[in-house]
Structures are given as structure tokens and as C-alpha cells.
Design a protein around this ligand. Sequence first.
Ligand code: SF4
Ligand code: SF4
Length: 453
Amino acid sequence: MSARFELTRDPRVRHILASRWLPWLLIAATLPFFALAILTGLFGTPAGNRNFGIVFVWVVWWAVLILLLVPFGGRLWCAICPIPAPGEWLQRRAILGPRPGGRLHSLGLKWPRRLRNIWLQNAAFLLVALFAALILTTPLASAFVLLLMVGVALATSALFERRTFCRYLCPVGGFIGLYAQVAPLEVRVKDRSVCATHTVKTCYTGSEAGYGCPWLLYPATLDKNTYCGLCTECLKTCPHDNIGLYLRPPGADLVTGKGHRLDEAYKGMIMLTCALAYSVVLMGPWAALKEAAFAIGTPGWFAYAFVFLAANLVIVPGLFFACAVMSEQISHTTVPLRRLFVDYAYALVPLGLGAWAAFSVSFVFINLSYAWPVLSDPFGWGWNLFGTAQWTWTPYADGLLPYVQWLMLCLGLVGAIGVSLKTARDHHGRQVAAMPIVAFCVLFTLGLVWLYV
Ligand code: SF4
Ligand code: SF4
């Protein structure tokens, strides 16, 4: 606790975060870009590298998300994401709000208890990942995916309470939440004893000052970043000024050992496998594999899809389970195997984030120069709004790339080893029990290094 620093101790920071203009202004800033990404996808050139929708969503936004927002801000993107905004405004019948008592206009149905987990998010992410070759390169397909997300978010807001879509359905939110545990930023209650005596719990129910936690959390019990959308609503509704924004050591959630779940463990494995699969398909020396991934509907693609899904759902989790079994045998622990498997899986959070960062940085450096022409000519219709339409493609920082990738992979591996050893200490009292997990992480990293160099 002593290593945390409360940013909201500064009255100016507190004032800004408690203002209703935040995060509204930031959403208002992202919304036009999002609308333009859909419009250019629907009506612009089908050439992906000349279309704003493709370049700005899958290169610029992705780079900002995975290299900056998630590692340093956790769910900061979710605080400014335009996708749930129309549904939320409809629920609130207000754009800036708040409505009296924070009352929402929706059927207010409760999400089914059996689905209160991230299995649907895991499935939705896998579906997008399976068709990634199409979605990431075809403007029309990309626009349909974005429209589908807004449509489902709107329908969910009309039927269910608060941000049910973000909490249980959004395929992007699923992995942001997982990796948000690494971030050095958190919203937490200052003093839980104050919450115990505040019977009204306005941070959950809402008040004249704002809405109850849109993410269906009770902030007093918040002990990890996974489901906190950093919306700052609880900073507005707590009458005792008992909620703060803190800086903390990176990865603090991962070493507490609290709230570990099988659906999140599987998310860690799916993300890790997808990072490896994309690296193999897009950067490996196997041209036939790349062709199969792009040739949707052909026998080659079905074979690719089968292997891709098997790797995500069976092969990688199976290998990891085998490592957990070895760990159990080394230590002769009485901790149930399922518990070990799930707890050790959190080591894959820093490993996966490092892998995604290393993978992303390559295509970002290679493709970022496409951003300048599409800024001037977003639809590819021959406009030249800012005089940059003719700027030619140039890969950036080519020679630097392998070093940056190395650094990111190493940081991920160091984090993974740290979490593995901590888990072993907690469960077995002996760090040596973590060796099979550490070996898994090292081999995975070496595989990526081999692919990248
Ligand atoms: S969960 Fe998804 S839709 Fe919701 S705010 Fe986050 S990214 Fe946006
Ligand atoms: S805990 Fe607070 S900041 Fe986090 S989602 Fe809930 S209301 Fe927003």
C-alpha cells in the first residue's frame, strides 16, 4: 500500500476528475473519428492502405491502445470509447447528465447469472481473430464489425442494466480488462471503514451527482483493474470523497493472488496463442499459411481455422496444464490442480502483453506512414485536405525494430517469471515448483524471438 501515490490528493486533479465534463469531452473527441472510420469503410476505397477506416482503426488506434493506453492506463480506452456512448446516452436520456437520482431508462434486465463471466468475450474475440485477415484489410468488413458492435451495445443498453455490453460482451474489452492488471494506475476506495458506515452506497446506486457504477461494480470491494472502466463516476457520486485515483507499481493486481478465475485464465491463453499465431502467419517464412489465412471459405482456410481454434482452446491450454501438473509433482502440494492451473495462468498476462506489444510494434513501424495520406484523403477519393495525400509509404525505424521487440519480449518474460515465482511461493513455499511454468514462458519467448529476427 505504501508504494501507491494518490493522484487525487491534488485538488486540481480531483476537481477535473469529479467534473461531469470528463470523460464526456474525451468521448466527444473520439466519436467523430469513429464515425469517419465507419463512413470511409462503407463508402470509401476498397484499398485498405488508402482507407481511413482501416489505417486509423487497425494501425493507429491499435498502436495507441496496445503500446500506450493499456500498459500505462489500464482500461483508459474504455473511459473514452465511443462504442457504448449512444446506448449509454439513450439509457440516461441525457448526454452530460446527471438525471435526478441517476435513474436509467432501460428495461434494466439483469444479465443471466450463468453468463456473468468473460466466456462470451473470449468467444467473440476468437471469432474476430479467426476472420482477422478479412476484417483488418477490407474496409467494408471492418465497418460492418464496428457497426455490429455499436448495434449490439445499443440493444444491450436498451434491455439490460448499465454497461452490460462492456462488462460481458465486448471482444475488445475482454482483453483490455485482462491486461489492465499490468497498468500502474487504479481507482480504489481510500478507506473501507468509511464505506462500511455509509449505508446508502451512492457509488453503486447513483445520486444527484451522477450514476451508479456503470460497470456494475461496488467500488468498496474493488481489488483489481479488470472490470473498472475508469469512468470516474464513483469519484462524482461518493459524498465522502472516499475514492481516489492512484499510481501504483506495474502489475500490482497480478501478485495479490485475488479473484483468479478460469474464464480469465483462458483469456490469457487465448491472447497468448493469438499473438503467436499472428506472428507465425504474418511474419513467419510460410507463405502458404498466410495464403490459407486470407482465403476464407476455401479448404485451406478451414484447415487453418481448425488448427487455429485447436491451438487456442486445446493445445496451448493443454501444454500449460501439463506444466501445472509438473509443478504439482515437484512440490507435492495439496492445492487442487485446477487452482494451480488458474493461478499460474496469470503469469501469461505480462507475457502476452509483451508478445502483443512486440508483434504490434512491427506492423505499426512498417505501416504508420499510411496515416498521413489517409488524413488528407480519408475516403481515397482524390482529396488533399492537408497537403499530405501524396506522401509516400516509408517504413519507420527499420533498424531499431528488433531491439524494441526484444525489449518488449524481455519485459513480458521478466513479469511472467515474477508472477510464476510468486505463485509458487504462495502455493508451495518453494520457488523451484514454478520451473515448468518458467520453462513454458521462456520457450514461448524464444519462439517469438526466432520468428522476429
Ligand atoms: S468494453 Fe468495449 S465497448 Fe465498452 S468501453 Fe471498452 S472497448 Fe468500448
Ligand atoms: S469503480 Fe468507479 S471508475 Fe471504475 S467503473 Fe465503477 S464507477 Fe467507474
